[in-house]
Design a protein around this ligand. Structure first.
Ligand SMILES: NC(=O)c1ccc[n+]([C@@H]2O[C@H](COP(=O)([O-])OP(=O)(O)OC[C@H]3O[C@@H](n4cnc5c(N)ncnc54)[C@H](OP(=O)(O)O)[C@@H]3O)[C@@H](O)[C@H]2O)c1
Length: 250
């Protein structure tokens, strides 16, 4: 039996990944801040799943949860998925919320990787996965800290991919486009090529299995953001400030 720990595994993409790995016979650990979300999402088939009520920005308690989960059969895979987004695209950022976002979306990934590596390095095997976003390829208007944290996560994981090869530990970065989850439910801007969460989970699991360094999807959306990320920035500004891609308010 193999074991996977998924941060933010109680709703959305993390929940679908947890269900997928459960169906494949894995032992699954999930964490989140709200136990009720776990109770609501996993009503049956709970023999192989454990819930940890932990905030990923709490380094000590996250480490304790990952250590506890891995003590019986170890840890093959850690998916640092927990993240928050902005409800609205605004010109003036909500700074308080942006700092919280850095703690969860960036530090939460670093704390998760640290906890997993404590288990993986001594045994010389394992895989770390960071859920970034296609929002990390460019500085998007109205979601500054989200773009910044997702870009930072991409680069952080890219560095570790190089560093951890010698320990036989793979590192994969996943950059989804829009996926239907509670995170995107409240968005009132256009979400091109939005995908159902179960379909996204299958694509993510496949990329993890192939130990891809980075996987961005859906293809057309990912190709578009990659292309605009290499354009001269004046061209980028011209494209991105079109109304359809702009702010939720004013
Ligand atoms: N949906 C998309 O279109 C999309 C696109 C690109 C990237 N992503 C990324 O994919 C990841 C999952 O997003 P999602 O759309 O599935 O969102 P979601 O449905 O809102 O799920 C987020 C999960 O993270 C948990 N969580 C949030 N903050 C946490 C914290 N501080 N500590 C521990 N758990 C926390 C939530 O549970 P609690 O609230 O109970 O803590 C929940 O289980 C995020 O990193 C997001 O940025 C999503």
């Amino acid at each position: 039996m193999r074991a996977v720990f998924i941060t933010g595994g109680t709703t959305g993409i993390g929940m679908e990944l947890a269900k997928l790995y459960l169906s494949r016979g894995w032992k699954v650990g999930v964490c989140g801040r709200d136990r009720q979300k776990f109770e609501d999402s996993f009503t049956t088939n709970r023999d192989n799943i454990s819930f940890y009520s932990v905030d990923v920005s709490d380094r000590i308690n996250l480490k304790a949860a990952v250590t506890d989960f891995s003590k019986s059969i170890g840890l093959d895979l850690l998916i640092a998925n927990a993240g928050i987004g902005y409800k609205f695209k605004t010109k003036i950022p909500d700074f308080e919320y942006s700092y919280k976002m850095v703690n969860i979306n960036l530090l939460g990934v670093m704390y998760s990787f640290e906890a997993a590596l404590d288990v993986m390095i001594p045994v010389g095997k394992g895989q770390l996965v960071a859920i970034s976003s296609i929002a990390g390829y460019n500085g998007l208007p109205g979601v500054s800290a989200y773009s910044a944290t997702k870009a930072a996560v991409q680069k952080y994981a890219e560095s570790l991919h190089l560093d951890l090869k010698q320990f036989n530990i793979a590192v994969t970065t996943i950059c989804p486009g829009f996926v239907e989850t509670p995170l995107t439910d409240s968005n009132n801007h256009t979400m091109p090529f939005i995908m159902k969460a179960p379909k996204a989970a299958v694509k993510i699991a496949r990329a993890i299995e192939k130990k891809k360094m980075i996987y961005a999807f859906p293809f057309i959306m990912a190709s578009f953001v990659r292309l605009i990320s290499i354009l001269p920035r004046t061209w980028y500004r011209f494209i991105i400030m079109r109304k359809a891609l702009n702010y939720s308010k004013d």
